[in-house]
Design a protein around this ligand. Sequence first.
Ligand SMILES: Nc1ncnc2c1ncn2[C@@H]1O[C@H](COP(=O)(O)OP(=O)(O)OP(=O)(O)O)[C@@H](O)[C@H]1O
Length: 257
Amino acid sequence: MSLVELHGVTKHVRLPDDTRLDILRGVDLEVGSGDHVAIVGRSGSGKSTLLNILGMLDLPSSGSVAFRGHPIVQESGRRMRRGTLDRLRGREVGFVFQQFNLLPGRSATDNVAMPLGYATGRQFWRRRRLAEEMLDRVGLSHRLESPPEQLSGGEQQRVAIARALVRRPALILADEPTGALDVDTGEAVMSLLDEVASETEAALVTITHDLHVAARARRHYRLEAGVLTEVDLDAASRATALGAVTAAAHARAEAPE
Ligand SMILES: Nc1ncnc2c1ncn2[C@@H]1O[C@H](COP(=O)(O)OP(=O)(O)OP(=O)(O)O)[C@@H](O)[C@H]1O
């Protein structure tokens, strides 16, 4: 059974001049446990909107969404109750964003423990310990008390990854996770995200402009003007995507200041 399943999903909004903007047009997508899916597309093609629907932060205008076979929204427009949906999202989905979205002035441990503030039982009572273990897993056991402003971009994204994973979500949604990082740091962060996702058999959906980041995924989709199509990034083009970025990184490293 798929973890998350979208069928015929559309999303439109009314603009101030009363015209209708179609953001997503008939999107079908199934993501299973342990899957790694990349979605590439130009700015404005609807990637963030699609990610928000996958993460149950937003609902489609029409079509259906199901999570572990439970209907979130059905063809008929019938929706899961708001409270049930919020609990499901909190337990099952972890988000990683381009801009990290950490709370300034709060330690790395506080930031990572934050989602456990909504947990129950053992997870709630052990939240600081679980946060420290997760920070250790992402290589930051020496930075437990540091606030984001004292961390590098790569370290901040590691904290954000630890926060996304601390509840062991079944689905991790990453929106341009390397967008604010240099090539090498981005590379290290993606390896870590891949590793921790596969350790817990979580599904990972990454949206990115970067072919190199996309090439890491098992399945690839392109979003163009709201239409999603699967692309067959074969071994050769994967190698080219990886090679091109590696070459560019080396060229930059060797270029005189
Ligand atoms: N609530 C809204 N009201 C009006 N327009 C919207 C709304 N949400 C999204 N849009 C528009 O829909 C289009 C798709 O937005 P979305 O953020 O999903 O694109 P994206 O592919 O993630 O872009 P980027 O890569 O630049 O982040 C954009 O043109 C955006 O301006």
